[in-house]
Design a protein around this ligand. Structure first.
Ligand code: ZN
Ligand code: ZN
Length: 103
């Protein structure tokens, strides 16, 4: 029984993490929802993507929140010529940008 509880809690924890990864920003009267860094998000409140859709809001065409969630962008694992970590972001499976992919 105890094991079952722990498993449930773990699953719940993952569900929460998953949901918070899909946070969008929309003002109460706005028709569109945005990512956090969109210029148009203005005085928006944060809400889950699901909640925004339920409220009849649509994805902003400028920041494209949906594609934001789809690509798992990570920082490139490669190193630049001066030995510092590459600053490029990449969504490639290798975790490296186009410049470091072959290296
Ligand atoms: Zn936007
Ligand atoms: Zn790189």
């Amino acid at each position: 029984m105890k094991k079952f509880l722990i498993t449930t809690l773990l699953l719940l924890g993952f569900a929460v993490v998953g949901a918070s990864a899909q946070t969008v920003y929309a003002s109460e009267k706005g028709e569109k929802y945005h990512t956090a860094d969109c210029n148009l998000s203005g005085d928006a409140n944060d809400m889950t993507l699901a909640a925004a859709k339920k409220a009849g809001k649509k994805a902003c065409a400028v920041c494209k929140p949906e594609s934001h969630f789809k690509d798992k962008t990570v920082r490139c694992a490669g190193k630049t010529a001066d030995g510092t970590r590459c600053k490029r972001m990449t969504s490639s499976k290798a975790g490296k940008c186009y410049q470091h992919k072959g290296a």
